[in-house]
Ligand binder design. Structure first.
Ligand SMILES: Cc1ncc(COP(=O)(O)O)c(C=O)c1O
Length: 411
């Protein structure tokens, strides 16, 4: 049993449900800091000047982000709103958009972001907005991985990145435009299975081959190498955690071998994890509203998949705990209130026999969880609370109300 998956701060959740209305998200400052430290120190051991970014899309809560910044991370941003947030929090970092128009690039550049272009077709936009001193390209290295098909971000079916065969040409054009310094980036998949131990070393090797070709063909030297995020986390109790020390050591080995092989000056390493830092630092807490004995037993809770859509979009597994004293277990499906049959958080799971009002905790909801939410069926977004290191619990985002939902609509 992986303790990291089945753990939740029971006492704090108990206190929170007494004080605040459910449903809500609860984040643990302690766990968030631990995750940041674990990742940063594993890489710093082998890359003393590593530049870690946090993928803001995983959890854009400002207080959550402030903690990550305090642990020495900058930001990976992917939209103007995330750049706006970075500016408010006085963070810098990299902007990786997709199919990005000139005005978005301008917005990001004005907010201290290194532009990371998804394709050479966006280079003319730089002439419109002003050519930056430093520029990066996201490369599609032709190989990718990921927990499931939609999590694979590279290869011929992926919409992302400069095809690796066209990389040298892209850098050459950028140099001709007047760019002086260069970076290279890849993000080849998310939740890369932890069993694929050599994955990061292998894709780093591929990236170095591209760096060598860019130097040879375009005469461009690359000084920043961003190997992206995608570091897998366990969602099921029987899954193992990623050995991040081992992974960092294998990337080090790849750097040494490839720099020597291609006669390259070592670039500065950048990483941009989201899930690894955030996923197991948050829980979604709700209460049982209705119990229905149908063809099988359904337990309806006061939270729906609009605010944590991973199970409905991907069929993703999230561990669930019920807080009660029941001595017996039974197979149940925990469901929300949305008119979609995929609004189910746990299907046919053995869980303690529930009663109305029991508290249900959904695990691994700190990253790519609330952040992916929406308002389908007019369902509202939940509040967020932070369990601080001193044990106090503080609201860090209010729940939406019905008026909020119609703020932009003429009634
Ligand atoms: C460009 C980019 N960087 C980083 C990440 C973070 O990925 P993960 O949360 O899997 O580490 C993502 C996730 O989609 C991404 O698109």
């Amino acid at each position: 049993m992986n303790e990291e998956v089945i753990y939740y701060p029971k006492e704090a959740v108990g206190r929170a449900v007494e004080q605040f209305e459910t449903p809500f998200f609860l984040y643990s400052e302690e766990r968030l800091r631990e995750n940041c430290r674990r990742m940063k120190s594993a890489f710093e051991k082998h890359f003393p000047d590593v530049w870690p970014l946090f993928a803001v899309k995983a959890n854009p809560n400002p207080d959550f982000l402030r903690i990550i910044m305090d642990e020495g991370f900058d930001f990976d941003c992917s939209s103007p709103s995330e750049c706006f947030l970075a500016e408010k929090l006085e963070a810098k970092g990299m902007y990786t958009g997709n199919y990005t128009p000139a005005d978005e690039l301008k917005y990001a550049a004005e907010r201290n972001m290194i532009l990371n272009l998804d394709d050479a077709s966006m280079l003319p936009f730089l002439e419109e907005i002003g050519v930056p001193e430093i520029l990066s390209f996201r490369i599609n290295p032709g190989i990718g991985g990921g927990e499931r098909e939609s999590f694979v971000f590279a290869g011929p079916d992926a919409k992302y990145g400069v095809p690796f065969e066209k990389a040298a040409e892209a850098y050459k054009k950028a140099a001709e435009l007047g760019v002086k310094r260069f970076g290279i980036h890849m993000m080849t998949g998310t939740n890369i299975p932890i069993s694929e131990k050599e994955y990061f070393a292998q894709i780093t090797k591929k990236l170095f081959e591209i760096v060598a070709e860019v130097k040879r063909e375009a005469g461009v030297k690359i000084e920043l190498m961003n190997i992206g995020g995608g570091f897998g986390v366990p969602y099921k109790p029987e899954e193992k955690s990623l050995d991040i020390e081992e992974l960092a050591a294998s990337v080090r080995e790849s750097f040494d071998t490839q720099c020597e092989k291609h006669g390259l000056k070592e670039p500065r390493l950048m990483i941009e994890p989201g899930r690894f830092i955030s996923a197991d630092a948050g829980w979604r807490v709700g209460k049982v509203l209705v119990i229905k004995d149908s063809y099988k037993k359904f337990v309806g809770i006061d939270a729906s998949s609009n605010d944590m859509p991973r199970p409905s979009i991907y069929g993703a597994y999230h561990h669930a705990s019920v807080m009660n004293d029941a001595s017996e277990q039974e197979p149940v499906s925990i469901v929300g209130q949305i008119c979609e049959n995929n609004d189910q958080f746990a299907r046919d799971r053995m869980l303690p026999v529930c009663d109305i009002g029991d508290v249900v905790v959904i695990h691994n909801c700190g990253g790519h969880a609330r952040a992916m939410g929406h308002n389908y069926n007019g369902r509202l977004r939940h509040a967020e609370y932070l369990l601080e290191q001193n044990g106090s619990i503080r609201q860090i985002r209010q729940a939406q109300n019905i008026e909020d939902l119609f703020k932009t609509t003429k009634l």
